[in-house]
Write a protein that binds this ligand. Structure first.
Ligand code: NAD
Ligand code: HSO
Ligand code: ZN
Length: 432
Protein backbone atom coordinates (compact mmCIF):
# COMPACT_ATOMS: atom_id res chain seq x y z
CA UNK A 1 0.00 0.00 0.00
CA UNK A 2 1.19 3.50 -0.52
CA UNK A 3 0.73 6.21 2.08
CA UNK A 4 0.70 9.71 0.65
CA UNK A 5 4.11 11.34 0.78
CA UNK A 6 3.86 15.12 0.98
CA UNK A 7 5.98 18.17 1.54
CA UNK A 8 5.26 20.06 4.77
CA UNK A 9 3.73 23.15 3.11
CA UNK A 10 1.24 21.00 1.19
CA UNK A 11 0.09 18.96 4.18
CA UNK A 12 -3.50 19.53 5.34
CA UNK A 13 -5.29 17.19 7.75
CA UNK A 14 -8.94 18.21 7.68
CA UNK A 15 -10.22 15.90 10.40
CA UNK A 16 -13.18 18.01 11.46
CA UNK A 17 -16.50 16.43 12.50
CA UNK A 18 -18.28 18.79 10.09
CA UNK A 19 -16.54 16.89 7.29
CA UNK A 20 -19.04 14.08 7.94
CA UNK A 21 -22.44 15.63 7.08
CA UNK A 22 -24.19 12.34 6.23
CA UNK A 23 -23.17 10.71 9.49
CA UNK A 24 -24.18 13.86 11.40
CA UNK A 25 -27.68 13.66 9.94
CA UNK A 26 -28.03 10.00 10.80
CA UNK A 27 -26.89 10.67 14.35
CA UNK A 28 -29.42 13.52 14.68
CA UNK A 29 -32.15 11.14 13.53
CA UNK A 30 -31.17 8.48 16.10
CA UNK A 31 -30.99 11.03 18.94
CA UNK A 32 -34.42 12.45 18.12
CA UNK A 33 -35.90 8.97 17.92
CA UNK A 34 -34.53 8.04 21.36
CA UNK A 35 -35.85 11.32 22.77
CA UNK A 36 -39.32 10.55 21.54
CA UNK A 37 -39.69 6.77 21.61
CA UNK A 38 -37.18 6.07 24.39
CA UNK A 39 -36.66 2.34 25.10
CA UNK A 40 -38.51 1.31 21.95
CA UNK A 41 -36.05 3.38 19.89
CA UNK A 42 -33.08 1.95 21.81
CA UNK A 43 -34.25 -1.55 20.99
CA UNK A 44 -34.88 -0.64 17.36
CA UNK A 45 -31.43 0.88 16.79
CA UNK A 46 -29.70 -1.85 18.76
CA UNK A 47 -31.36 -4.40 16.48
CA UNK A 48 -30.54 -2.40 13.37
CA UNK A 49 -26.95 -1.47 14.15
CA UNK A 50 -25.68 -4.07 16.54
CA UNK A 51 -27.59 -7.02 15.15
CA UNK A 52 -29.28 -8.25 18.30
CA UNK A 53 -32.41 -10.23 17.69
CA UNK A 54 -35.37 -9.87 19.98
CA UNK A 55 -37.37 -12.99 20.57
CA UNK A 56 -40.93 -11.92 19.86
CA UNK A 57 -42.95 -11.73 23.02
CA UNK A 58 -39.89 -11.96 25.28
CA UNK A 59 -38.76 -8.85 27.16
CA UNK A 60 -35.25 -7.64 26.22
CA UNK A 61 -33.67 -6.03 29.21
CA UNK A 62 -31.34 -3.19 28.20
CA UNK A 63 -29.57 -3.45 31.52
CA UNK A 64 -27.01 -6.20 31.89
CA UNK A 65 -27.95 -8.46 34.82
CA UNK A 66 -25.49 -8.24 37.70
CA UNK A 67 -25.04 -12.02 37.55
CA UNK A 68 -23.71 -11.64 33.98
CA UNK A 69 -21.03 -9.24 35.26
CA UNK A 70 -19.89 -11.73 37.86
CA UNK A 71 -20.01 -14.60 35.36
CA UNK A 72 -17.91 -12.58 32.88
CA UNK A 73 -15.35 -11.85 35.57
CA UNK A 74 -15.11 -15.51 36.47
CA UNK A 75 -14.76 -16.57 32.83
CA UNK A 76 -12.06 -14.04 31.94
CA UNK A 77 -8.55 -15.55 31.93
CA UNK A 78 -6.66 -14.97 35.17
CA UNK A 79 -3.79 -13.27 33.33
CA UNK A 80 -6.19 -10.70 31.86
CA UNK A 81 -7.66 -9.99 35.30
CA UNK A 82 -4.17 -9.69 36.73
CA UNK A 83 -3.11 -7.23 34.01
CA UNK A 84 -6.31 -5.21 34.46
CA UNK A 85 -5.72 -5.06 38.20
CA UNK A 86 -2.09 -3.96 37.78
CA UNK A 87 -3.08 -1.30 35.22
CA UNK A 88 -5.94 -0.13 37.46
CA UNK A 89 -3.52 0.39 40.33
CA UNK A 90 -1.28 2.58 38.21
CA UNK A 91 -4.21 4.52 36.71
CA UNK A 92 -5.63 5.16 40.18
CA UNK A 93 -2.31 6.44 41.50
CA UNK A 94 -1.89 8.80 38.51
CA UNK A 95 -5.39 10.18 38.92
CA UNK A 96 -5.21 10.53 42.70
CA UNK A 97 -2.31 12.89 42.09
CA UNK A 98 -4.68 15.12 40.07
CA UNK A 99 -7.06 16.11 42.88
CA UNK A 100 -7.14 19.90 42.86
CA UNK A 101 -6.90 21.88 46.09
CA UNK A 102 -9.67 24.06 47.52
CA UNK A 103 -8.46 27.53 48.47
CA UNK A 104 -9.60 30.52 50.52
CA UNK A 105 -8.30 34.08 50.18
CA UNK A 106 -8.75 36.43 53.15
CA UNK A 107 -9.29 40.10 52.37
CA UNK A 108 -8.19 43.04 54.49
CA UNK A 109 -11.69 43.60 55.92
CA UNK A 110 -12.17 40.03 56.98
CA UNK A 111 -13.89 38.88 53.78
CA UNK A 112 -13.35 35.34 52.52
CA UNK A 113 -13.26 34.34 48.86
CA UNK A 114 -12.86 30.64 48.32
CA UNK A 115 -13.17 27.92 45.76
CA UNK A 116 -14.29 24.39 46.56
CA UNK A 117 -14.52 21.31 44.33
CA UNK A 118 -17.52 18.99 44.32
CA UNK A 119 -18.06 15.75 42.42
CA UNK A 120 -20.65 15.55 39.66
CA UNK A 121 -23.55 13.46 40.90
CA UNK A 122 -24.24 11.03 38.05
CA UNK A 123 -22.14 10.19 35.00
CA UNK A 124 -22.58 7.92 32.02
CA UNK A 125 -19.37 6.37 30.72
CA UNK A 126 -18.97 4.80 27.31
CA UNK A 127 -16.71 1.88 26.44
CA UNK A 128 -16.55 1.23 22.69
CA UNK A 129 -17.34 -2.20 21.34
CA UNK A 130 -18.19 -2.14 17.66
CA UNK A 131 -15.00 -3.28 15.98
CA UNK A 132 -13.27 -4.55 19.09
CA UNK A 133 -13.46 -4.64 22.85
CA UNK A 134 -12.08 -2.00 25.17
CA UNK A 135 -11.84 -3.22 28.77
CA UNK A 136 -8.92 -0.80 29.17
CA UNK A 137 -11.34 2.06 28.44
CA UNK A 138 -13.58 0.93 31.29
CA UNK A 139 -10.61 1.53 33.60
CA UNK A 140 -9.82 4.89 32.00
CA UNK A 141 -13.44 6.10 32.23
CA UNK A 142 -14.37 4.80 35.64
CA UNK A 143 -11.28 5.22 37.83
CA UNK A 144 -11.06 9.03 37.58
CA UNK A 145 -14.79 9.23 38.32
CA UNK A 146 -14.31 7.08 41.41
CA UNK A 147 -11.30 9.13 42.50
CA UNK A 148 -13.43 12.28 42.15
CA UNK A 149 -16.14 10.76 44.34
CA UNK A 150 -18.94 10.47 41.74
CA UNK A 151 -21.70 8.57 43.52
CA UNK A 152 -23.56 7.19 40.51
CA UNK A 153 -21.70 5.72 37.52
CA UNK A 154 -23.46 3.96 34.64
CA UNK A 155 -21.61 2.21 31.83
CA UNK A 156 -22.82 1.63 28.26
CA UNK A 157 -21.18 -0.60 25.69
CA UNK A 158 -22.65 -2.16 22.54
CA UNK A 159 -23.71 -5.79 22.57
CA UNK A 160 -21.91 -8.41 20.53
CA UNK A 161 -23.36 -11.51 18.88
CA UNK A 162 -24.31 -13.04 22.24
CA UNK A 163 -26.40 -9.98 23.08
CA UNK A 164 -23.99 -8.76 25.77
CA UNK A 165 -21.07 -6.32 25.73
CA UNK A 166 -17.71 -8.06 25.44
CA UNK A 167 -16.92 -10.40 28.33
CA UNK A 168 -13.74 -8.52 29.29
CA UNK A 169 -15.59 -5.18 29.35
CA UNK A 170 -18.07 -6.69 31.80
CA UNK A 171 -15.22 -8.21 33.79
CA UNK A 172 -13.47 -4.83 34.05
CA UNK A 173 -16.73 -3.24 35.24
CA UNK A 174 -17.13 -5.95 37.88
CA UNK A 175 -13.52 -5.54 38.98
CA UNK A 176 -14.19 -1.84 39.62
CA UNK A 177 -17.47 -2.48 41.41
CA UNK A 178 -19.67 -1.03 38.66
CA UNK A 179 -23.02 -2.80 38.44
CA UNK A 180 -25.14 -0.43 36.34
CA UNK A 181 -24.24 -1.55 32.83
CA UNK A 182 -26.33 -1.15 29.67
CA UNK A 183 -25.99 -3.13 26.47
CA UNK A 184 -26.34 -0.21 24.12
CA UNK A 185 -23.85 1.55 21.89
CA UNK A 186 -23.28 4.39 19.47
CA UNK A 187 -25.50 7.48 19.19
CA UNK A 188 -28.41 5.66 20.83
CA UNK A 189 -26.40 5.10 24.02
CA UNK A 190 -25.35 8.74 24.10
CA UNK A 191 -28.96 9.87 23.59
CA UNK A 192 -30.20 7.54 26.35
CA UNK A 193 -27.69 8.98 28.80
CA UNK A 194 -28.50 12.54 27.74
CA UNK A 195 -32.29 12.39 27.86
CA UNK A 196 -33.18 9.26 29.82
CA UNK A 197 -35.58 6.48 28.88
CA UNK A 198 -37.78 4.09 30.84
CA UNK A 199 -34.72 1.89 31.45
CA UNK A 200 -31.89 4.41 31.59
CA UNK A 201 -31.85 7.25 34.11
CA UNK A 202 -30.41 10.38 32.53
CA UNK A 203 -26.95 11.50 33.61
CA UNK A 204 -25.31 14.85 34.29
CA UNK A 205 -22.26 14.19 32.13
CA UNK A 206 -21.24 11.70 29.45
CA UNK A 207 -17.61 10.71 29.07
CA UNK A 208 -15.63 8.23 27.06
CA UNK A 209 -14.40 7.60 23.56
CA UNK A 210 -16.01 6.03 20.55
CA UNK A 211 -16.19 5.97 16.80
CA UNK A 212 -17.40 8.81 14.59
CA UNK A 213 -21.06 8.18 15.49
CA UNK A 214 -20.34 8.35 19.22
CA UNK A 215 -18.22 11.49 18.80
CA UNK A 216 -20.86 13.22 16.68
CA UNK A 217 -23.61 12.24 19.11
CA UNK A 218 -21.73 13.67 22.09
CA UNK A 219 -21.23 16.85 20.13
CA UNK A 220 -24.96 17.08 19.36
CA UNK A 221 -26.22 16.53 22.93
CA UNK A 222 -23.61 18.81 24.50
CA UNK A 223 -25.33 21.52 26.47
CA UNK A 224 -28.32 19.37 27.41
CA UNK A 225 -25.75 17.27 29.23
CA UNK A 226 -22.05 17.75 29.95
CA UNK A 227 -19.45 15.95 27.87
CA UNK A 228 -15.73 15.46 28.33
CA UNK A 229 -14.25 16.05 24.88
CA UNK A 230 -14.61 14.85 21.30
CA UNK A 231 -12.71 11.60 21.82
CA UNK A 232 -13.29 10.04 18.42
CA UNK A 233 -11.28 7.80 16.09
CA UNK A 234 -7.67 7.54 17.22
CA UNK A 235 -4.80 9.62 15.86
CA UNK A 236 -1.04 9.56 16.14
CA UNK A 237 1.35 12.25 14.97
CA UNK A 238 4.96 11.09 15.01
CA UNK A 239 7.92 13.41 14.70
CA UNK A 240 10.98 11.35 13.82
CA UNK A 241 14.56 12.43 13.45
CA UNK A 242 17.03 10.74 11.10
CA UNK A 243 18.02 8.31 13.89
CA UNK A 244 14.51 6.97 14.34
CA UNK A 245 14.01 3.29 13.60
CA UNK A 246 11.58 2.92 10.65
CA UNK A 247 10.28 -0.34 12.15
CA UNK A 248 9.27 1.51 15.31
CA UNK A 249 7.65 4.33 13.32
CA UNK A 250 5.62 1.96 11.13
CA UNK A 251 4.58 -0.16 14.13
CA UNK A 252 3.37 2.92 15.99
CA UNK A 253 1.44 4.23 12.99
CA UNK A 254 -0.27 0.87 12.59
CA UNK A 255 -1.05 0.72 16.32
CA UNK A 256 -3.46 3.62 15.82
CA UNK A 257 -4.55 2.78 12.28
CA UNK A 258 -5.83 -0.64 13.36
CA UNK A 259 -8.46 0.98 15.60
CA UNK A 260 -10.76 2.22 12.89
CA UNK A 261 -11.01 2.99 9.18
CA UNK A 262 -11.37 6.60 10.35
CA UNK A 263 -8.18 6.53 12.47
CA UNK A 264 -5.26 8.74 11.46
CA UNK A 265 -1.49 8.21 11.50
CA UNK A 266 1.14 10.67 10.36
CA UNK A 267 4.91 10.71 10.48
CA UNK A 268 6.79 13.96 9.93
CA UNK A 269 10.53 13.90 9.40
CA UNK A 270 13.43 15.88 8.02
CA UNK A 271 14.79 12.64 6.58
CA UNK A 272 13.43 11.54 3.19
CA UNK A 273 15.40 8.36 3.60
CA UNK A 274 13.57 7.54 6.84
CA UNK A 275 10.16 8.27 5.29
CA UNK A 276 10.91 5.95 2.36
CA UNK A 277 11.96 3.21 4.80
CA UNK A 278 8.74 3.71 6.82
CA UNK A 279 6.74 3.23 3.61
CA UNK A 280 8.44 -0.13 3.03
CA UNK A 281 8.01 -1.14 6.67
CA UNK A 282 4.30 -0.36 6.66
CA UNK A 283 3.82 -2.78 3.80
CA UNK A 284 5.92 -5.43 5.47
CA UNK A 285 4.16 -5.18 8.82
CA UNK A 286 0.71 -5.08 7.25
CA UNK A 287 1.15 -8.52 5.72
CA UNK A 288 0.38 -10.43 8.92
CA UNK A 289 -1.58 -7.86 10.88
CA UNK A 290 -4.98 -9.34 11.82
CA UNK A 291 -6.73 -5.98 11.35
CA UNK A 292 -4.78 -5.08 8.20
CA UNK A 293 -7.92 -4.27 6.26
CA UNK A 294 -8.98 -1.62 8.78
CA UNK A 295 -5.45 -0.22 9.04
CA UNK A 296 -5.06 -0.02 5.26
CA UNK A 297 -8.35 1.83 4.89
CA UNK A 298 -7.33 4.28 7.62
CA UNK A 299 -3.88 4.91 6.17
CA UNK A 300 -5.17 5.43 2.66
CA UNK A 301 -7.45 8.20 3.91
CA UNK A 302 -5.86 9.64 7.02
CA UNK A 303 -2.26 8.45 6.71
CA UNK A 304 0.65 10.63 5.58
CA UNK A 305 4.42 10.74 5.49
CA UNK A 306 5.40 14.37 5.60
CA UNK A 307 8.78 15.76 4.68
CA UNK A 308 9.92 19.00 6.34
CA UNK A 309 13.07 21.07 5.97
CA UNK A 310 13.64 21.51 9.68
CA UNK A 311 12.14 20.26 12.96
CA UNK A 312 10.69 23.67 13.91
CA UNK A 313 8.45 23.30 10.85
CA UNK A 314 7.34 19.88 12.15
CA UNK A 315 6.41 21.50 15.48
CA UNK A 316 4.41 24.22 13.73
CA UNK A 317 2.42 21.63 11.77
CA UNK A 318 1.89 19.59 14.95
CA UNK A 319 0.50 22.56 16.86
CA UNK A 320 -1.81 23.43 13.96
CA UNK A 321 -3.16 19.90 13.75
CA UNK A 322 -3.53 19.54 17.56
CA UNK A 323 -3.47 15.73 17.39
CA UNK A 324 -4.63 13.23 19.96
CA UNK A 325 -1.22 11.58 20.43
CA UNK A 326 2.23 12.87 19.68
CA UNK A 327 5.30 10.68 19.64
CA UNK A 328 8.73 12.26 19.49
CA UNK A 329 10.97 9.49 18.15
CA UNK A 330 14.04 11.65 18.51
CA UNK A 331 17.33 11.42 20.36
CA UNK A 332 16.70 14.67 22.22
CA UNK A 333 12.93 14.34 22.61
CA UNK A 334 12.82 16.15 25.98
CA UNK A 335 14.36 19.24 24.44
CA UNK A 336 11.43 19.56 22.01
CA UNK A 337 8.63 19.27 24.57
CA UNK A 338 8.53 23.05 25.20
CA UNK A 339 7.62 23.54 21.52
CA UNK A 340 4.41 21.51 21.87
CA UNK A 341 1.36 23.37 23.07
CA UNK A 342 -1.58 21.54 21.49
CA UNK A 343 -1.85 17.75 21.79
CA UNK A 344 -3.81 15.22 23.85
CA UNK A 345 -0.76 13.34 25.14
CA UNK A 346 2.93 13.36 24.32
CA UNK A 347 5.20 10.29 24.34
CA UNK A 348 8.87 11.07 24.53
CA UNK A 349 11.73 9.08 23.04
CA UNK A 350 12.33 5.94 21.04
CA UNK A 351 11.15 3.60 23.81
CA UNK A 352 7.81 5.17 24.71
CA UNK A 353 5.40 3.74 22.13
CA UNK A 354 1.90 5.16 22.49
CA UNK A 355 0.32 1.81 23.59
CA UNK A 356 2.08 2.17 26.96
CA UNK A 357 -0.33 5.05 27.51
CA UNK A 358 -3.28 3.07 26.15
CA UNK A 359 -2.87 0.39 28.75
CA UNK A 360 -0.41 0.79 31.50
CA UNK A 361 1.57 3.94 32.24
CA UNK A 362 -1.33 5.28 34.29
CA UNK A 363 -2.12 8.40 32.25
CA UNK A 364 -5.55 8.47 30.65
CA UNK A 365 -6.10 7.18 27.11
CA UNK A 366 -9.39 9.02 26.57
CA UNK A 367 -8.05 11.97 24.65
CA UNK A 368 -9.31 14.75 22.38
CA UNK A 369 -9.29 14.08 18.63
CA UNK A 370 -10.20 15.97 15.46
CA UNK A 371 -8.25 19.06 16.47
CA UNK A 372 -10.16 19.45 19.73
CA UNK A 373 -6.84 19.41 21.62
CA UNK A 374 -6.83 23.11 20.64
CA UNK A 375 -9.14 23.65 23.63
CA UNK A 376 -9.73 20.31 25.36
CA UNK A 377 -7.61 17.92 27.42
CA UNK A 378 -7.59 14.22 28.11
CA UNK A 379 -10.00 12.71 30.60
CA UNK A 380 -9.03 13.29 34.21
CA UNK A 381 -10.37 13.75 37.71
CA UNK A 382 -11.26 17.40 36.93
CA UNK A 383 -13.81 16.14 34.36
CA UNK A 384 -15.83 14.66 37.19
CA UNK A 385 -15.62 17.69 39.45
CA UNK A 386 -17.28 21.06 39.51
CA UNK A 387 -15.82 24.24 40.96
CA UNK A 388 -17.90 26.44 43.22
CA UNK A 389 -16.88 29.81 44.46
CA UNK A 390 -17.73 30.63 48.07
CA UNK A 391 -17.81 34.21 49.36
CA UNK A 392 -18.37 35.42 52.93
CA UNK A 393 -18.53 39.12 53.96
CA UNK A 394 -19.13 40.65 57.33
CA UNK A 395 -20.68 44.00 58.16
CA UNK A 396 -17.40 45.87 58.06
CA UNK A 397 -16.40 44.39 54.69
CA UNK A 398 -19.71 45.32 53.16
CA UNK A 399 -19.50 48.86 54.48
CA UNK A 400 -16.03 49.35 53.04
CA UNK A 401 -16.95 47.92 49.60
CA UNK A 402 -20.42 49.44 49.35
CA UNK A 403 -19.56 52.61 47.43
CA UNK A 404 -17.90 50.76 44.56
CA UNK A 405 -20.60 48.13 44.34
CA UNK A 406 -23.35 50.72 44.30
CA UNK A 407 -21.52 52.75 41.66
CA UNK A 408 -21.13 49.71 39.41
CA UNK A 409 -24.74 48.61 39.92
CA UNK A 410 -26.00 52.05 38.98
CA UNK A 411 -23.66 52.16 35.97
CA UNK A 412 -25.56 49.08 34.80
CA UNK A 413 -28.90 50.67 35.76
CA UNK A 414 -29.58 47.87 38.20
CA UNK A 415 -30.95 49.80 41.17
CA UNK A 416 -32.18 46.71 43.01
CA UNK A 417 -28.63 45.45 43.07
CA UNK A 418 -27.49 48.72 44.65
CA UNK A 419 -30.29 48.58 47.21
CA UNK A 420 -29.41 45.05 48.29
CA UNK A 421 -26.21 46.61 49.56
CA UNK A 422 -27.67 49.90 50.76
CA UNK A 423 -30.38 48.27 52.79
CA UNK A 424 -27.64 46.74 54.92
CA UNK A 425 -25.89 50.12 55.21
CA UNK A 426 -29.12 51.55 56.56
CA UNK A 427 -29.27 48.72 59.03
CA UNK A 428 -25.77 49.73 60.11
CA UNK A 429 -26.84 53.38 60.49
CA UNK A 430 -29.87 52.34 62.53
CA UNK A 431 -27.51 50.45 64.75
CA UNK A 432 -29.71 47.35 64.40
N1 NAD B 1 -9.95 9.18 21.33
C1 NAD B 1 -9.93 8.28 22.26
O1 NAD B 1 -9.66 8.58 23.41
C2 NAD B 1 -10.22 6.84 21.94
C3 NAD B 1 -9.97 5.82 22.90
C4 NAD B 1 -10.33 4.50 22.59
C5 NAD B 1 -10.95 4.22 21.39
N2 NAD B 1 -11.17 5.24 20.49
C6 NAD B 1 -11.86 5.04 19.25
O2 NAD B 1 -13.10 4.40 19.58
C7 NAD B 1 -13.58 3.83 18.39
C8 NAD B 1 -14.16 2.46 18.64
O3 NAD B 1 -15.00 2.23 17.56
P1 NAD B 1 -15.88 0.96 17.41
O4 NAD B 1 -16.60 1.10 16.13
O5 NAD B 1 -15.05 -0.23 17.63
O6 NAD B 1 -16.91 0.98 18.64
P2 NAD B 1 -18.01 2.06 19.11
O7 NAD B 1 -18.64 1.43 20.30
O8 NAD B 1 -17.44 3.40 19.23
O9 NAD B 1 -19.07 2.11 17.93
C9 NAD B 1 -19.99 1.08 17.73
C10 NAD B 1 -21.35 1.69 17.53
O10 NAD B 1 -21.33 2.53 16.37
C11 NAD B 1 -22.63 2.60 15.86
N3 NAD B 1 -22.60 2.53 14.41
C12 NAD B 1 -21.81 1.74 13.63
N4 NAD B 1 -22.14 1.92 12.33
C13 NAD B 1 -23.13 2.82 12.29
C14 NAD B 1 -23.90 3.42 11.23
N5 NAD B 1 -23.68 3.11 9.97
N6 NAD B 1 -24.86 4.31 11.58
C15 NAD B 1 -25.07 4.65 12.87
N7 NAD B 1 -24.38 4.12 13.89
C16 NAD B 1 -23.43 3.22 13.60
C17 NAD B 1 -23.41 1.45 16.42
O11 NAD B 1 -24.42 1.96 17.24
C18 NAD B 1 -22.44 0.68 17.29
O12 NAD B 1 -23.02 0.30 18.50
C19 NAD B 1 -12.44 3.83 17.38
O13 NAD B 1 -12.65 4.87 16.47
C20 NAD B 1 -11.22 4.13 18.24
O14 NAD B 1 -10.23 4.74 17.52
C21 NAD B 1 -10.83 6.52 20.77
N1 HSO C 1 -5.41 4.38 21.36
C1 HSO C 1 -6.74 4.53 21.90
C2 HSO C 1 -7.01 6.01 22.07
O1 HSO C 1 -6.99 6.65 20.87
C3 HSO C 1 -6.95 3.86 23.21
C4 HSO C 1 -6.86 2.37 23.23
C5 HSO C 1 -7.54 1.48 23.97
N2 HSO C 1 -7.11 0.26 23.68
C6 HSO C 1 -6.15 0.36 22.82
N3 HSO C 1 -5.99 1.66 22.51
ZN1 ZN D 1 -4.84 2.36 20.96
Amino acid sequence: MSVQLVEGEAFAWKRTPSSAPEESLRVAQIIEDVRVRKDEALLHWTEQLDGIERVTGMPFDLRVPVTALKDAYEQTPAETIEALRAAAKRIRAYHEAQWPEDFTLYGEHGEQMGMVWRPIRRVGVYAPGGRGAYPSTVLMDVIPAQVAGVSSIALASPPGPDGLPHRDVLAAAHLLGIDEVYRIGGAQAVAAFAYGTQSVLRVDKIVGPGNLYVALAKRQVMGDVGIDSIAGPSEVFIVADEHANPRFVAADMLAQAEHDTEAGAVCVSTSEKLLAAVQVELDRQLTDLPRAQIARAALSRWGALVHVEHLEQAMDILNDVAPEHVELLMDDADAWLPYISRAGAVFLGHYTPEPVGDYYAGSNHVLPTHGSARYASGLGVHDFLRRMSVVAYNRETLRSHAAHIVTLARAESLEAHARAVLVREEENLDGN
